[in-house]
Design a protein around this ligand. Structure first.
Ligand SMILES: [Zn+2]
Length: 149
């Protein structure tokens, strides 16, 4: 019984999108499992390429965020900058023993040329480029055409 519950805890994954105001919704199932209610103070910690949310224990220097109504959480600026998350980014959310782990999924939205995550769009089927690299590419094509004419 205990083993089955543990498996469920670590393997269940949810996907949520970062919306305007840098908010995402923490799934109700996770809130319920952790006993987090509106107004809960959480600690936001960087762990590699992920963000870990856990119960704040009041240590100085902790980066805090708050659980808002409907499970809304605003991602602290320091975290989203460090992880290069952007609006519209999809987050895979898992409830682990040490905290709720959030990681960007669908990483194909990285710029194929420079690897950036900002201003990236699918310029041609399955080709993702950031605005800068795309502009550079377009300029190159125009110049090449100019030479050919
Ligand atoms: Zn680029």
């Amino acid at each position: 019984m205990g083993v089955a519950a543990d498996n469920q805890l670590s393997e269940r994954q949810y996907v949520r999108t970062i919306t305007t105001g840098w908010r995402f919704t923490l799934p109700a199932q996770i809130r319920k499992a952790r006993g987090w209610n509106e107004g809960e103070v959480l600690t936001a910690e960087l762990a590699g390429d992920s963000l870990v949310l856990s119960e704040a224990d009041g240590e100085p220097g902790e980066l805090k965020c708050y659980l808002g109504s409907g499970g809304k959480i605003v991602i602290p600026a320091g975290i989203r900058e460090a992880l290069e998350w952007s609006l519209g980014e999809r987050l895979a959310i898992k409830n682990e023993a040490h905290g709720v782990v959030l990681r960007a999924c669908c990483r194909r939205d990285r710029c194929r040329s420079c690897g950036k995550l900002h201003n990236v769009s699918e310029v041609i089927d399955n080709l993702f480029l950031c605005a800068e690299c795309w502009n550079r590419y377009v300029e190159t094509v125009i110049m090449a055409k100019g030479h050919g004419a």
